[in-house]
Design a protein around this ligand. Structure first.
Ligand SMILES: [Zn+2]
Length: 212
């Protein structure tokens, strides 16, 4: 098993961190949250010299999922896995949402819904799936225990948390998910998030003003 490597491609006017992760021995890869700018994602895949086998989605927002259908087609129909089915209403409204922002994007039908307790794999690297609702009802996160590395989407940021001012947002549920599921992962767990720089669970446990 090779080391887990990654690259970030900021996509959409929301500067969402689309992540490309790969095993540096096999050069097999996954793309997490391809929200748009699929040409830029494709160029980054070529530059890394990797073969993408799957697309993983943390949640159904347009800046995370809006390019998934187009990327799947360009990559010969590789599967889209996630999020939790509770975000189906968002993935089915991407075309309408995109139109209201002036972006061309397509609805997404995942090949597989994911939820709490599932495991997804990139070669021999395994990621646990946790359901962390609040920002959206079906938000999931991906945890690689061996590498002490997590992809947290829009749940927890450096110094902030996901917004919950949507009709379906739930601030209490978000705080509960962070407190009950993310903080116990351990202070040394490093993470990437959907916007801005990554951080660690310990740094956020100690310094994040939303967690006091
Ligand atoms: Zn979001």
């Amino acid at each position: 098993m090779g080391a887990l490597k990654g690259a970030i491609v900021p996509v959409t006017p929301f500067q969402q961190n689309c992540a490309i992760l790969w095993d540096d021995a096999t050069r097999h890869a996954v793309v997490v949250d391809p929200g748009g700018d699929v040409d830029r994602i494709a160029a980054a895949i070529d530059q890394a010299g990797v073969t993408v086998e799957r697309i993983w989605l943390t949640h159904g927002h347009l800046d995370h999922a809006g390019g998934a259908t187009e990327l799947r087609e360009r990559l010969n129909g590789i599967p889209i896995e996630g999020p939790d089915q509770r975000d189906e209403f968002l993935l089915g409204a991407l075309e309408d949402q995109g139109r209201s922002y002036g972006f061309a994007m397509r609805n997404v039908t995942p090949d597989k819904w994911l939820t709490e307790g599932d495991t997804v794999t990139l070669g021999e690297h395994s990621f646990d799936v946790l359901h962390c609702p609040g920002h959206t009802p079906g938000h999931i996160v991906f945890i690689n225990q061996a590498a002490r590395f997590a992809l947290l989407g829009d749940v927890l940021f450096q110094g902030s948390i996901g917004r919950t001012d949507f009709p379906y947002g739930d601030h209490a549920a978000l705080i509960r998910a962070i407190t009950d599921k993310l903080l116990p992962l351990g202070d040394d767990m490093q993470f990437l998030c959907g916007h801005g720089p990554g951080s660690s669970i310990g740094a956020e446990r100690r310094g994040n003003p939303f967690l006091r």
